[in-house]
Design a protein around this ligand. Structure first.
Ligand code: BMA
Length: 837
C-alpha cells in the first residue's frame, strides 16, 4: 500500500460514537412516541413512562402478560461528525438485542437478528448522512413468533419451567424470563446492551487473546493471539507489551490482506506472580497491550487484563469411582460457593454497585467459586472483572436449562455463533474455571421421562449440541479450559446424577420432603446444587406486600412464591424442627435460621468427607426480584441468616460434629494452603455457662485434610445430664490467634429447654462507626439484630451468645445516624422470642 493512503496528519484510531440518546418507543401501530432508555427494555420503559404499574409489586406481574405478545418499535435520530463519515468503514454495532429484531437505518433494512446473546456488527457507511439519520429497531413478540409453529409441532419441547405457552426452547433468550420456580414471568424485549458506531480505516483489531501455554514457577510462556480485519493489503507490525512484569516487548511483522487476518506472538514472563482463588493467595493481574502499526504509524491498540494461573478439572479413577476436582496452579481446590442467577428480571438495568455488593458478599463469606447457572444470562464484562479481582472462580454454564432444544441447522448454527461470541469475550478472564453445556438437560432426558416420550432423534440432537458443537468451540477457541457437558452429569459414564462420577444436584430435601438430616447422608463427588427456602427479611417483604398481607397465604405472598405450595412447605418444615412460631415475623426469622442450619449441616458433612467430595455450591445465592426463594442474599442485597452462616461454614478451618449409633465424632476439616496448628477444646456446657466436662488437643493440619479428632460415647459424655439443657462447645484456637467454633445439641431443637436470656446492649461510637456490645447471662441462640427503619450492615448476625463471652458487632448505616437514633432503633431478639411462653 502506498504511504499516501495513510493520509499524512490523519489519526487512524477508530472513532466510536455511542448511540445512547434521543431514543423513543411505541407499540407497532401506536400513535404516540414515548421517551426510552438505551440500553434498556420495554418493561422498564413502560414503567418509566407510567404506562404500567411496578411489575414487582403485589400480583402486578399477572397484569403485564400482554407486553410479550406485543410488537414494539424503538427509534432515534442522530447526526454524525464529518471526520467519522470520512473513514473508510462505519460499523453499526449492537452489543446485544433482545431478541427478534429488525434494524433499519434511514429506512434501509440492515439487520435481522434472533439471538439475545450475540453481538451484531454491520457496515452502514453507504446509508449514513451527516444529519437526520433515523435508526429504527423493530421487535417482534418473542411469543407470537414461535406459537404458530409450536401449535403444529408433533413433539413440543418440554420446557418444564415455562409458565404459559412453552416457547422458550426455540428462542435464544434468557430462559428465566419465561418464569422459573423463583422468577416471575416477564418476557421482555429491547436494546439491552450498548449500541454505537465504530468508524475505522485500513485495519482494526477484532480480537486480542492472551493464551497461557505453559506456567512454571519461574517462567510463564504465553502467546498473544491477535485477529485483525483489514481493508487493504499491507505490511503491518504488531507490538505487545505487558504491565507490570518482566516481559520483553514482543514484536512481529506480518503481511495483512483484505479481510480477516490472524497472528500469534510468543511471549514469556520471568518470575510470574500467580493468580489464586479467594482464600488461597492473591490475585495479581497483568495488563497486556497490543498495538498495530502500518508504515510506522499506529492504527489501533487494544488491552487485555488477565491473571496467570492454570486450571484443570481432574477426573481420576479412585476407590470411590472417579474424582471431580478443580486444580488451580497444581493445587486441588475444595470449591465453596453458591449458584448465581441474574440479579434482575430486567438485566439491562442492573447497576454496577449491585454486582459489587453481591460479589463482595461472596468473597467476604469465604466463597471461592460461583456457578453461573444456565437458565439466566452470560454476565457483563464488569462482572467477570470483579471476579478476577476478588478471586472468585466461575463455573460458567452455557444458557440452556431444563428442556430439550431444536436440532435443525439454523438453530445449531445460531448457537455456534453464540458460543463463539461468548468464548472470545470471556476467555481472557482468569476467574473463569469451567465451561458447562447446560443445566439439568441430561438428567431431564434420563430421569424425568423425556427418554420415553421423545423419539431417539431428540437425544441425537442433544448429543450434537452438548457433546459436539459446544465442546468443539471450546477446544478451538479456549483450549486450556475444561468443558463439562451438563450439570449434573457423569459424562455418560454413569447415571447423570451419579455419586460415583461427576457432579450431583440433590433435591431430596425440599422438593422430596426429606428431613434436613438427609443432606448429611449424601456422598457426591461434587455437590453443585442443593437448597432450602426461606422468607426474605421483613423489610423486603414489605417492599412488595402491604402490611395486612404479611401472612403465607396472602395474594402478594402467593404471587411471590413461584414454587407451588412453597410457603406452606416452609411452615411445615419449621414445625418439624421448632415449636410453633408466635407470629409471622417469628416465622420469617425461624425460616431463615432453619435454612441456614440445613445448608450448614450439608456443607459440614461434605467438607468432612473431603477429598472424596471436592465441592459444595448451594442453591441459590441471589434473586432476580424481591421474593420467597432459596437465596441467601435477597434482591435488595440484604443477607439472610444463611449468608452469615456461610462465612463460618466456609471458613478454611472448620470443626464439626457427626452423630451416629450412640457415638459423636468431632471432625476438623482444613482447606487452606499452608500447614497450620492450633488447639482444639471441647466442652460440655449447660445453658447458664457451667462447664461440665472438657478436653483439649493440639492440632497440626495439612491442606485438604479432614480428620476425626475424637469419637465419644454419647451416654458416657452426657453422664446423666438432661439432654435438653446441655450442648457441646468446640473451639479451635489457631496459632495465629484466630478462632473457629461450633456447637452440637443432643436433641431436636424443638425439645431444647432454651432459657430466657437477659441480653445487655451498649453502643460505643468508634472511628469506623458505631459498635454494639452484647452480653448475655445465659445461652442465647441465634441472636438477630435489626434496625427498624434504618438500613445498614452488621458485621455479624444470627450468632449465639454465651454467658461470659461478650461480643462486639459493628454497624455501618447506609445513611447518617446518631448514636441515640441507633440505640432507639436497634432491636435484639433471640430464638426464644419466636415462641409464645
Ligand atoms: C434447580 C435449578 C433450578 C431451580 C432449582 C430449585 O435444580 O436448576 O432449575 O430453580 O432447582 O427448584
Amino acid at each position: 500500500m502506498p504511504p499516501s493512503l495513510l493520509g499524512q496528519a490523519v489519526d487512524h484510531h477508530p472513532i466510536v460514537l455511542p448511540l445512547k440518546l434521543g431514543w423513543t418507543f411505541q407499540e407497532v401501530g401506536g400513535s404516540r412516541w414515548y421517551p426510552a432508555v438505551v440500553p434498556g427494555c420495554v418493561h422498564t420503559d413502560l414503567l418509566e413512562n407510567h404506562l404500567i404499574d411496578e411489575p414487582f409489586n403485589g400480583a402486578n406481574e399477572q397484569k403485564l402478560q400482554w407486553i410479550d405478545k406485543t410488537f414494539w418499535i424503538y427509534q432515534t435520530t442522530f447526526s454524525v461528525p464529518r471526520q467519522l463519515l470520512a473513514r473508510g468503514i462505519v460499523d453499526l454495532v449492537f452489543e446485544g438485542l433482545d431478541t427478534y429484531a429488525t434494524v433499519f437505518l434511514n429506512d434501509v433494512l440492515l439487520l435481522r437478528v434472533d439471538n439475545m446473546f450475540r453481538r451484531w456488527r454491520v457496515n452502514c457507511k453507504q446509508f449514513l448522512h451527516e444529519d437526520g439519520n433515523v435508526l429504527r429497531v423493530q421487535f417482534s413478540s418473542p411469543i407470537n413468533k414461535i406459537l404458530p409453529a409450536l401449535r403444529r409441532d408433533k413433539y413440543p419441547l418440554p420446557a418444564v419451567t415455562d409458565r404459559g405457552e412453552k416457547t422458550s426452547p426455540y428462542t435464544r433468550k434468557a430462559p428465566y424470563q419465561y418464569g422459573w420456580d423463583w422468577a416471575p414471568r416477564l418476557v421482555t424485549c429491547g436494546i439491552w446492551k450498548p449500541v454505537y458506531l465504530e468508524a475505522w480505516d485500513i485495519v482494526r483489531i477484532r480480537d486480542f487473546h492472551v493464551q497461557q501455554t505453559r506456567l512454571e514457577p519461574h517462567l510463564a510462556q504465553l502467546q498473544a493471539e491477535v485477529e485483525l480485519e483489514a481493508t487493504v493489503d499491507a505490511e503491518a507490525e504488531l507490538i505487545v507489551e505487558c504491565q507490570p512484569g518482566k516481559m520483553p516487548q514482543a514484536r512481529k511483522r506480518i503481511g495483512i490482506a483484505r479481510g480477516k487476518n490472524y497472528a500469534v506472538l510468543p511471549m514469556s514472563i520471568l518470575e510470574p506472580e500467580l493468580w489464586w482463588p479467594n482464600g488461597l493467595g492473591l490475585q495479581p493481574l497483568y495488563e497486556f497491550q497490543v498495538k498495530v502499526e502500518v508504515h510506522g504509524r499506529q492504527m489501533e491498540r487494544s488491552r487485555v487484563r488477565t491473571g496467570l494461573r492454570t486450571v484443570e478439572l481432574r477426573r481420576q479413577t479412585d476407590p470411590w469411582g472417579k474424582s471431580f476436582e478443580l486444580i488451580v496452579n497444581g493445587l486441588p481446590v475444595f470449591a465453596k460457593g453458591a449458584n448465581w442467577v441474574p440479579p434482575d428480571s430486567f438485566p439491562s438495568r442492573i447497576p454496577m454497585d449491585r454486582y459489587r455488593r453481591l460479589l463482595s458478599s461472596c468473597r467476604d463469606t469465604n466463597m471461592n467459586l460461583i456457578r453461573i447457572w444456565g437458565g439466566g444470562i452470560y454476565e457483563c464484562d464488569e462482572f467477570y472483572d470483579l471476579c478476577d479481582e476478588m478471586g472468585l472462580l466461575i463455573w460458567q454454564d452455557f444458557m440452556f436449562s431444563c428442556t430439550l432444544y431444536p436440532g435443525d441447522q439454523a438453530f445449531l448454527e445460531n448457537v455456534k455463533q453464540e458460543a463463539e461470541d461468548v468464548l472470545t469475550r470471556l476467555r481472557n478472564h482468569p476467574c473463569l474455571a469451567l465451561w458447562c453445556g447446560n443445566n439439568e438437560v441430561e438428567t431431564g432426558w434420563f430421569d424425568w421421562g423425556w427418554k420415553k416420550k421423545y423419539p431417539a432423534q431428540f437425544w441425537d440432537n442433544y448429543q450434537r449440541l452438548f457433546y459436539g458443537i459446544l465442546p468443539a468451540s471450546c477446544t478451538r477457541l479456549d483450549p486450556s479450559r475444561p468443558y463439562w457437558p451438563s450439570s449434573p452429569s457423569s459424562n455418560l459414564e454413569d447415571a447423570p446424577n451419579s455419586g460415583r462420577v461427576g457432579d450431583v444436584h440433590f433435591w431430596g430435601v425440599w422438593h422430596g420432603d426429606l428431613p434436613i438430616e438427609a443432606f448429611g447422608q449424601q456422598i457426591p463427588r461434587f455437590l453443585s446444587e442443593f437448597g432450602f427456602q426461606s422468607f426474605p427479611p421483613l423489610e423486603t417483604l414489605r417492599s412488595f406486600a402491604s402490611p395486612d398481607e404479611l401472612s403465607i397465604d396472602s395474594p402478594s405472598l402467593i404471587a411471590h412464591q413461584k414454587d407451588l405450595k412453597g410457603n406452606q412447605r416452609i411452615l411445615d418444615y419449621v414445625l418439624r424442627y421448632y415449636p410453633r412460631p408466635k407470629d409471622f415475623e417469628s416465622l420469617v426469622y425461624l425460616s431463615q435460621v432453619l435454612q441456614a442450619e440445613a445448608i450448614k449441616g450439608g456443607v459440614e458433612h461434605l467438607r468432612g468427607i473431603m477429598p472424596r467430595c471436592m465441592g459444595t455450591l448451594f442453591w441459590q445465592l441471589n434473586d432476580c426480584w424481591p421474593t420467597v426463594s432459596w437465596s441467601s442474599v435477597d434482591y435488595w442485597g440484604r443477607w439472610k441468616a444463611l449468608q452469615y452462616y456461610a462465612r463460618r461454614f466456609y471458613s478454611n478451618m472448620l470443626v464439626s460434629f457427626r452423630e451416629a449409633q450412640g457415638q459423636i465424632e468431632i471432625v476438623v476439616a482444613y482447606d487452606g494452603k499452608e500447614v497450620v496448628s492450633g488447639t482444639l477444646s471441647l466442652r460440655l456446657l449447660d445453658f447458664s455457662g457451667g462447664s461440665l466436662w472438657e478436653r483439649h488437643h493440639e492440632l497440626h493440619l495439612d491442606s485438604l485434610q479432614s480428620q476425626v479428632i475424637w469419637s465419644l460415647n454419647r451416654r458416657e459424655l452426657l453422664a446423666g445430664n438432661d439432654v435438653r439443657r446441655v450442648f457441646l462447645q468446640a473451639e479451635l484456637r489457631r496459632a495465629d490467634g484466630r478462632l473457629v467454633e461450633n456447637r452440637h445439641f443432643f436433641e431436636n431443637w424443638k425439645n431444647l429447654l432454651l432459657p430466657q436470656p437477659n441480653i445487655q446492649t451498649r453502643i460505643v461510637t468508634e472511628q469506623d462507626g458505631p459498635t454494639i456490645q452484647l452480653a448475655s447471662d445465659r445461652f442465647a441462640s441465634n441472636v438477630y439484630l435489626s434496625m427498624e427503619g434504618l438500613e445498614g450492615t452488621f458485621s455479624d448476625n444470627y450468632f449465639d451468645l454465651l454467658p461470659g463471652r461478650p461480643m462486639e458487632i459493628r454497624f455501618v448505616p447506609s445513611q447518617r445516624a446518631s448514636r441515640s437514633e441507633i440505640l432507639r432503633k436497634l432491636k435484639v431478639r433471640s430464638m426464644v422470642d419466636a415462641f409464645s411462653r
